[in-house]
Design a protein around this ligand. Sequence first.
Ligand code: NOJ
Ligand code: CA
Length: 531
Amino acid sequence: MTDESRWWQRGVVYQIYPRSFQDSNGDGIGDLPGITRRLDYLQQLGIDAIWISPFYPSPMADFGYDVADYVDVDPLFGTLADFAALLQAAHARGLRVILDLVPDHTSDQHPWFQESRATRDNPKRDWYLWRDAAPDGGPPNNWLSNFGGSAWAWDAPTGQYYLHSFVTEQPDLNWRNPAVEAALFAVMRFWLDRGVDGFRVDVLHGLLKDAAWRDNPPNPHWQAGMDPYRAQLQIYSRNRPDAHPIIMRMRQLLDSYPDDRVLIGEIYLPNDELMVYYGPHGDEVHLPFNFQLITLAWNAEVIRAAVDAYEAALPAGGWPNWVLGNHDRHRVASRVGPAQARVAALLLLTLRGTPTLYYGDELGMTDVPIPPEWVQDPWERNVPGLGLGRDPERTPMQWAATPYAGFSTVPPWLPVAADYATVNVAAQDADPHSMLAFQRTLLALRRAQPALAVGSYQSLPSGDSAVFAYRRTAGDQSLLIVLNLSPDLRRLVLPGAAATALLSTHGDRGGPLDLAALDLRPHEGLILREG
Ligand code: NOJ
Ligand code: CA
């Protein structure tokens, strides 16, 4: 299955949150023509594909992940013609375009749900998950919504509960009904026929729920102050084994198209369960998102152990992938600190596998504190004060030192970061030592060096608990990556004799280095050529 030459294996994916990338019509909200305007920037950055979060018609109860029509564009973001222009312009620059497919739930405003809730005998009743009340009148079981409270909402007119794994306005579809599968597969064809290069599938492990509706058991490790959703082990409300044949059929649909369309699954599961989504014969998703770099403590030993365990757990032919940030998790530069953000970028772009880069992380954008009156995210509104809200990582892209960071001409839907006058594309473009310049160099190096793009991976004993070191090899080319995850100077003794620095996070290393006495500066990461 993998000859390591597919575009989605060598390539780097860049995630665009369309509300926040570029506003083109002065309403404070990013849109598709805005993305088109910025394609030259993305091409120069050196990425290979963009994944665009949902832009379909939506009441925006969950900012587009509540879809009211799968085959159109919300007027806020533009039109189908704008999408066609974006796709064409992207392809003309050699950039692939991946759409966000949201199959688990629709908006409660989707005509399918409107019909489904109209009467109990409506033909679409069974397109969603309707259940009678428990004998006490309460919800049918104990399942929780990801965004707070019960996953069940009472529908008084028809006297039943419906399941919503996210907000109440996002009723879950019933994928045990073949008509639902047919409808969503028609949606996939609609976009594939238009030339999109693949899908990132939302909550792919949530497609099916337990057929017997069993209660989830409590999570013994949960404590007050943690995300209330995690008070249960979500074993019956998601990740059901009988979903895999559906995912295989999704893949077959993609494979019936030419030109290597890619299927990426958003799946938050531990390694052993995650790997199952590659399929027994590499016949499910190409890339089950691997979120460990987001969820793990930023510690060299922890990360080394996790990378090694992930590599060891991959099925034969399964291609790895790595994610450092997305629209649901706090920004990497805030999680690890601005000085470590370069080390983190170096890690993301030199591990074996397809990296996904979140918009703005190439500048070192940080979380933006959101005053209570600005809060937009339904999660923060429903479960306030625990730091779960996702607005901080969804703020406008910082393009320039001009008003509203060049994102818009009016106040944007979320506040612009306070540091935008210095942390922006224009300023960093002009500074050869900037984060942007570093990321461009790194992306170019990755493209030029097969060892980085497709080479083998082997972790090395660095002899230092603060340093993660590994080797990437392709043919007779061998590179060492050495990452100091600490704020201190570290002296290393690495196997091998001399090496030449190809790149340092600090920008200014050149010439031969002695591996037997290698000094790493605080927060320094290096790519070295051995020999
Ligand atoms: C995962 C998406 O990434 C997130 O933003 C969304 O709220 C949920 N799925 C529900 O669709
Ligand atoms: Ca706009």
